[in-house]
Design a protein around this ligand. Sequence first.
Ligand code: 9D3
Length: 251
Amino acid sequence: MRIDVVTIFPQMFKAVEDCGMSRVAIERGHLELGLWDPRDYAEDNYRRIDDRPYGGGPGMVMQAPQLSRALRAAKLEADGKVVYLSPQGQTLTQEKVRELAGGPALVLLTGRYEGIDQRVLDAEVDEEISIGDYVVAGGELPAMVLIEAMVRCLPGVLGNNESIDAESFSNGLLDWPHYTRPEEFEGRSVPSELLGGNHDKIRRWRLKQALGQTWLRRPDLLKDKYLSDEEVSLLREFKIQTSEQGQESSQ
Ligand code: 9D3
């Protein structure tokens, strides 16, 4: 897919281009990244893109003409949905990530300061997305969060093992705990269930841990989730074991 980002900090996206899974996705042609700097569309020698808010008050607002010229240039290259990263947006979910990653192109609009002149948003933006209820200084890191999440969803980017995993199991549950060598570390050993090579035993231990950790830490995720007979009985075992451990440590 092609992603174009309108940003006054295109350098920040070096992280996407140079690191990790997104870099590999670009190298292999799964992802094409375009960057558009509104300052390149300013008309004064200072390349100014912000001004004081009408009505007064603190901070600055990004100006419509420069922003919309940059955005229209991006749209000529990639005719995708325009998403504005903003604290006023709908909170990003994995479902939304999958939906947006399904298209051939996307234009991400990022703001700084107090925000962008509303007239650009009214005329050009299809969707507004937030990454959660906390405040960061601008839309760039949120855009990178969205890009990284989408890249994982692109066909051919994850190895087969990982993607099968992601489809079938972690579906609505937290991960199980992971261990690797050495077998003992500072007096802590690896759960014996993982050592024997009994694959059904391993599968049941992991499923039990995933169900149990979800029950402990994120009971909200289990509220509307259908559990198979096996899952119900594994979770029941986990709860019993957990309460026995509590008994032991208080003796
Ligand atoms: C006083 C009102 N503030 C809005 C909550 C001002 C304000 C804070 C932060 C205006 C812009 C910003 C910059 N943030 C983003 O652009 C942003 C963001 C975020 O702060 N949190 C979660 N998701 C996102 S997406 C874009």
